[in-house]
Design a protein around this ligand. Structure first.
Ligand code: ATP
Ligand code: MG
Length: 158
């Protein structure tokens, strides 16, 4: 369905913010303009839920979670940055593999199956987008994804 992403994304973030026991602060960096995408809302919600809950889960000491939505090369670019435990740079590409979990012993305490990001990748790729991450151990992680924008404006003739 056709969705205005910024309003929809705000609602998803609101829902996380309503859980009051939160140790993390949320910071929103959202463009003023309306950005339309053609998405399966339930599926993209699943993607956002996993990425945002990972940011919380893997930030045991709290910190700011920055949620950003902008345009890049006619695409929507979403990024979610935390100040959590991060991971070694050579593992950052593996986190999108099924059942992969960084440091099994450490992540066993927080629980999970290691499927969340593999499912996220499948969903984003089926929407013709891309998903990737940057991370620094002990500093934090950013997960990025893109989605094609619906071309809104008809270009004015000169
Ligand atoms: P599930 O999402 O299935 O409940 P999970 O969170 O372990 O379990 P994924 O969401 O696929 O699985 O993440 C895979 C692994 O990547 C995690 O186990 C964790 O080691 C690492 N990871 C994911 N997001 C972050 C993050 N924001 N900070 C640090 N490590 C992360
Ligand atoms: Mg997860």
């Amino acid at each position: 369905e056709k969705v205005e992403f910024i309003e929809y994304f705000s609602h998803v973030i609101d829902r996380f913010e309503m859980h009051k026991d939160q140790k993390n602060e949320f910071k929103r960096l959202l463009t003023e303009q309306s950005l339309y995408v053609w998405i399966d809302k339930d599926k993209i919600t699943q993607v956002l839920d996993n990425i945002i809950s990972n940011s919380i889960k893997y930030s045991p000491e709290g910190g700011t979670i920055t949620l950003k939505a902008e345009t890049m090369k006619k695409q929507l670019l979403v990024s979610i940055t935390d100040q959590g435990m991060g991971m070694p740079s050579d593992t950052v590409d593996k986190i999108f593999d099924r059942f992969y979990r960084v440091d099994k012993a450490r992540s066993r305490e927080v629980g999970g199956t290691g499927l969340g990001l593999a499912i996220a990748r499948e969903i984003i790729e089926s929407h013709h987008g891309q998903i990737w991450a940057n991370s620094q151990e002990g500093k934090g992680t950013t997960v990025f994804f893109t989605l094609p924008l619906i071309n809104q404006k008809r270009r004015k003739r000169k």
